[in-house]
Ligand binder design. Structure first.
Ligand code: COA
Length: 570
């Protein structure tokens, strides 16, 4: 089938559908939902059999849905309607939720239901549920719907005609619906409300008497104080007391600014808040905020780094490197770098870099420090000789984060993961993290260049087929964690491991003799210096638009294939 994806942004769900549908032999093109005229033009140029809309913020024009079947992915159960589907479900503590694929008609979310898939609803951040359960259910539902259309099925029933449909029309959730009352609300209520609004729009509240939106909330089991008081800070998170405990606030957005780690958003005010540090890297058993946590199981060390949005600032890279150095001295022979639940890594921290320039500093200098710090971390991993290292990707990875993963000996990815192992989308960034050493070594020079040039998202299966990852593991987050632990324990118990480690050290020494890692780094950083300090400001412009979430004004040509004459007919 010829399928046109119509979407507000090329987000993780759109990327997954793009990669999965192409992998099944469909011919895909994509247009951003910019204006009705642009959508009409895209349909006229591409002549799709069906339009699939994974993520829209407005209605599809009648001129389009009257001409070609348009399948809209709605993140709600059958009968649910409205723009805050997941927000209501999470805030009201639904135990199951779902995704419905409807055909667009005049009335929003009320057209014929081509497919629907339900799942148990996890008490987690909205963005996490979206990237995990919703994305997997949406893929299944879209595949079912397309198979039905391809098979010539009759147009199905509308939600109102489906007996027993639980869903209903809900309004846009307002900030008044999300409001927090720190003098009365229990930890559980505050967590649920902030999670239902994460990563957008956040919950409007106040910190230090200043208005701001809150994100990234974590429970605290041991500390407490006067309800509403800011009682502690740890690294970049702020701890606020509730009536029955306390909640860590990881991220904050102040009016007119961008989303930032708590203490970065309020640097002056946070200076007076007492520190509540953790000693060492061992995972704390009680609920708390711990972004880097180490544990051992079955002769294997697991290093978790739960960095919001997978973004890794200079300080986070430096701290993670210190944790890795410490873990290298532990008596384990297999070390799993487990990343976070939602992301493994998305490379350098573009918001923290932007914050430097917003506060009068140099974004170029901040970028430089960050790339040096992430390179130091990658170097630590590449030169780990005494242990077999495994990057276990439970969540997505992008740009430098992909190559940081590739710095490990083995990369295992969960099947639902999407990888973007390229940099150029960020203003033609050249990239570092030793990718010029790591990538051609795995894939050969030609394939490495193609991956960088084509800038395509890869499903875990496609990344496996391309040779970028070593294994692809099915299942949800807990099943993946269990399987990773099982396989890692098997590796650790393997009598051949000592020889494998000796071979690894010998291979590294041979590579170093052929061309030292320092030379790769120097060459990459020479290019990065031009990106950061050169006369072409593309990277700074792209970063500015990315962190300020500027709406797209055109669709990149590598996605809008209908706009490339030679590919239109393909
Ligand atoms: N620094 C800071 N924030 C980042 C980030 C980074 N490197 N990468 C992603 N984010 C943030 C996004 O701004 C977004 O924030 P939100 O909480 O306000 O929604 C959130 O993470 C999720 O990103 P999104 O783009 O919606 O996720 P996705 O899964 O749809 O797309 C990527 C994933 C990797 C394609 C995309 O996030 C991306 O291009 N990131 C930039 C990668 C990069 O260029 N890094 C620098 C070079 S190493």
């Amino acid at each position: 089938m010829r399928i046109l994806l119509l979407t507000h942004a090329f987000n993780s769900l759109a990327q997954r559908l793009w990669a999965e549908l192409q992998g099944r032999g469909h011919v895909l093109s994509l247009e951003f939902d910019i204006a009705d005229g642009v959508t009409e033009e895209a349909v006229a140029m591409f002549r799709p059999d069906v339009v699939v809309a994974p993520y829209l913020r407005r209605a599809i024009p009648a001129s389009v849905w009257r001409k070609v079947p348009c399948l809209v992915v709605h993140p709600g159960i059958v009968g649910d309607r409205g723009p805050s589907a997941l927000d209501w479900a999470l805030q009201e503590g639904e135990s199951t939720w779902g995704v419905t694929v409807l055909q667009a008609e005049a009335e929003m979310d009320a057209g014929p239901v081509w497919a629907s898939v339900e799942f148990p609803l996890r008490a987690a951040k909205k963005s996490s549920v979206y990237r995990n359960e919703v994305s997997t259910a949406a893929l299944q539902a879209v595949l079912q719907a397309i198979a039905r259309i391809e098979g010539g099925a009759d147009v199905p029933r509308r939600p109102l005609d489906i007996a027993g449909a639980r869903g209903r029309l809900r309004p846009l959730m307002q900030q008044a619906d999300r409001a927090l009352d720190w003098s009365r609300d229990a930890t559980e209520t505050i967590l649920r409300r902030i999670r239902a609004a994460d990563g957008f729009p956040g919950v409007a509240d106040q910190l230090f008497g200043e208005p701001c939106h809150l994100y990234d909330a974590w429970p605290e089991a041991r500390l407490g104080g006067t309800p509403g008081a800011l009682i502690a800070k740890r690294e970049t998170a702020l701890l606020r007391a509730t009536v029955d405990g306390a909640v860590w606030i990881g991220h904050v957005k102040r009016p007119g600014s961008i989303k930032l780690p708590g203490t970065l958003a309020f640097p002056r005010q946070a200076a007076g808040v007492p520190e509540a540090p953790l000693q060492g890297w061992w995972r704390v058993p009680q609920a708390t905020w711990q972004d880097i946590a180490y544990e051992e199981q079955g002769g294997v060390g697991f290093l978790h780094f739960e960095f919001y949005n997978g973004a890794m600032s200079t300080t986070q890279c430096t701290r993670l490197r210190a944790a890795l150095q410490w873990a290298r001295a532990r008596p384990v022979r297999v070390l799993v770098l487990a990343g976070g639940q939602d992301f493994w890594s998305n490379g350098i921290h573009l918001n923290a870099i932007e914050a430097e320039s917003l506060q009068g500093g140099s974004a170029a200098d901040a970028s430089w420090r960050n790339i040096e710090a992430i390179d130091d971390l990658a170097l630590e991993l590449i030169t780990t000789g005494g242990q077999l290292t495994v990057a276990a990707l439970a969540g997505n990875a992008g740009a430098g984060g992909c190559f940081l993963a590739r710095a490990a000996d083995l990369v295992w990815a969960r099947e639902a993961v999407v990888l973007n192992p390229h940099y150029r989308n960020m203003g033609n960034l050249y990239g570092s993290e030793y990718w010029t050493y790591l990538l051609p070594k795995r894939l050969g020079a030609a394939r490495a260049q193609a991956i960088m040039r084509e800038r395509q998202p890869l499903t875990a299966q496609a990344a496996l087929a391309a040779g970028f990852v070593d294994d692809c593991i099915a299942g949800d987050l807990p099943a993946f964690a269990e399987e990773v632990a099982r396989r890692a324990a098997r590796l650790a118990a393997d009598p051949a491991l000592a020889q494998r480690l000796a071979d690894k050290r010998a291979a590294r020494a041979a590579d170093e003799a052929a061309k030292p890692l320092a030379a790769y780094r120097e060459e990459e950083l020479a290019q990065m210096r031009r990106n950061f300090y050169g006369f072409d400001p593309s990277y700074h412009v792209a970063r500015h638009h990315f962190v300020h979430k500027s709406p797209a004004s055109w669709t990149p040509r590598h996605l809008a294939r209908h706009r490339e004459p030679e590919r239109r007919a393909a």
